[in-house]
Design a protein around this ligand. Structure first.
Ligand code: NAD
Length: 501
């Protein structure tokens, strides 16, 4: 295992070029610097990493034009060739995984131990959709009396991909890989708070031989670059990952151009622990699913619903473990929780410590912020909470867990569903019938029983209610990035109604 000092040395080698040259757009295969820039800073100490070209409507328009020009040839490329190219991209991601993980960790504040895996998951996303590219256009034959109907799929056209700052590399590949495999061209607008690895991904794709204009990168703010992308008439669809209220805005912005939208939004996910569960494993999972990735994770289980009879003991053990979680430098291999992404987010999370106290919850662990530099908060556990409190209803998006007791199964289900969101749910019980009943009744797009968030790429990923619209994964990604067409061939000379004879 490498040491913190070794990791810092390697990081410096990787980011020196960004510090020197800045991070520029990539439009039509060319590096494009803009007149305007903004800064990306390290959450660990606030130091400047690089200045970043700040794109707006002009850069988005240039990128949309490049994506439009590149679309016909890319869409017409045989699936087997797209497959080979996407595998080359995956190979290059693996080859540069160390660089990606270090840059991502430094830019986002996420501990390196998790970012190393996230980089490799990016490569897996490319491989998964690469393998499906040759059959992406396949359809069905649906015979009817007098006709043979033949369906087929074709790529929808140039699409926009807008991604958030938490695990930005993995999330970008989760959208860009299926879009490219389907035959779409892409304009990517990454989050302004962690733009480093989107640039690395664009370079990897260009170096692997992706034709110019197939993947374009425009950095900038949501309100100008992001907005322009969602309003651009040449962009046929927007795949968006981010906050629920941003999804609402994007839907409005895209209305005039009838954008197809796919939204992966926020969550306030319950983990229900029944008294018959394997409580040691449940404890590990509860801790992992809220305190890993700084709690800045859409599928984090931020609401613990725990049966009354086991609550005192479970919460006591939980508080002891939470107090021992190692908070530190994101590049330190020992670190379990790193700094939050930025000052504005730090203020938000810290604000909930005051909200919890004002609402009458008990702070069983944490509830404090370290003095700077760096946007650190202590892993926090609130107990004595009710589901009506803001700390139980709002997405805090930090290492903060709210524990709420329940008396019976009916109350557990009611509490789990009594929230605006519906992304993921977790359930711990050894009673099979109860597991079936409760998972059926829970309002969430994804439920894990006696497990944590383990992804299987062929399965559907996405949420209900305020957590999203649409699904990723398997063929669901292609359904979004492709159009269905039906062609009906007459199989006989059937009587055609005659007018005007
Ligand atoms: P955000 O909504 O603030 O920003 C996401 C992206 O949208 C950024 O690139 C931003 O620049 C852009 N944007 C902002 N306003 C825009 C506008 N008006 N038009 C177009 N683009 C605009 O989200 P965030 O704070 O970066 O990310 C955290 C959120 O993302 C959390 O709510 C989290 O739950 C969610 N998230 C969801 C999933 C999922 O799969 N469901 C995964 C990761 C993160």
């Amino acid at each position: 295992m490498t040491t913190l000092d070794e990791n810092i040395t390697r990081l410096k080698g990787h980011i020196a070029r960004f510090a020197r040259d800045g991070i520029v757009h990539m439009i039509g295969g060319a590096d494009v610097a803009g007149p305007d820039t903004f800064e990306t800073r390290a959450p660990a100490d606030g130091s400047l990493i690089a200045s970043v070209a700040r794109g707006g409507p002009a850069e988005i328009d240039a990128a949309a034009r490049a994506a439009t020009s590149a679309f016909p040839a890319w869409a017409a490329l045989p699936g087997a060739e797209r497959k080979a190219l996407l595998h080359r991209i995956a190979d290059a991601i693996v080859a540069r995984a160390d660089e990606i993980a270090l840059c991502e960790s430094w830019d986002s504040g996420q501990p390196l131990r998790f970012m190393a895996k996230a980089a490799l998951r990016g490569a897996e996303n490319f491989r998964f959709f690469a393998d499906r590219a040759p059959a992406a256009r396949d359809g069905q034959s649906l015979p009817s009396p007098g006709h043979m109907n033949i369906t087929g799929r074709s790529p929808i056209g140039p699409v926009g991909v807008i991604t958030p700052w938490n695990t930005p590399f993995m999330l970008s590949t989760w959208k860009i890989a299926p879009a490219l495999a389907a035959g779409c061209t892409v304009v990517h607008k990454p989050a302004e708070l962690s733009p480093l690895t989107a640039r690395i991904l664009a370079e990897i794709c260009r170096d692997a031989g992706l034709p110019d204009g197939v993947l374009n990168l425009v950095n900038g703010m949501g309100e100008d670059a992001g907005r322009a992308l969602t309003e651009h008439p040449a962009i046929r669809a927007i795949a968006f990952v981010g906050e629920s209220r941003t999804g609402t805005q994007i839907m409005k912005q895209g209305a005039d151009t009838l954008k197809r939208v796919h939204f992966e939004l926020g969550g306030k996910n319950p983990v229900i622990v029944f008294d018959d569960a394997d409580l040691d494993r449940a404890l590990d999972a509860v801790i992992f699913m809220i305190y890993s990735l700084n709690g800045e994770r859409c599928t984090s289980s931020s609401r613990l619903l725990v049966h009354d009879s086991i609550r005192p003991d479970f919460e006591r053990k939980l508080a002891e473990r939470v107090a021992r979680i190692r908070v530190g430098h994101p590049l330190d291999p020992a670190t379990e929780v790193g700094p939050l992404i930025a000052g504005v987010h730090h203020e938000k999370v810290r604000g909930y410590f005051d909200v919890a106290r004002a609402e009458g919850a008990h702070v069983a662990a944490g509830g404090t912020c370290a003095e700077g530099p760096g946007w650190y908060v202590a892993p926090t556990l609130f107990t004595g909470a009710t589901n009506a409190m803001r700390i139980a209803q709002e997405e805090i998006f930090g290492p903060v867990l709210t524990s709420i007791p329940f008396a019976d199964e009916a109350e557990a289900v009611a509490l789990a569903n009594d929230v605006d969101y519906g992304l993921a749910g977790y359930l711990w019980t050894n009673d099979l019938s109860r597991a079936m009943r409760v998972s059926d009744a829970m309002q969430a797009g994804m439920i894990w029983v006696n497990s944590e968030n383990v992804r299987h790429l062929p399965t559907p990923f996405g949420g209900v209610k305020a957590s999203g619209i649409g699904r990723d994964g398997g063929d669901w990604s292609f359904e979004f990035f492709m159009e269905q067409k039906n062609v009906a061939f007459a199989t006989g000379a059937h009587a055609i109604p005659r007018l005007g004879v």
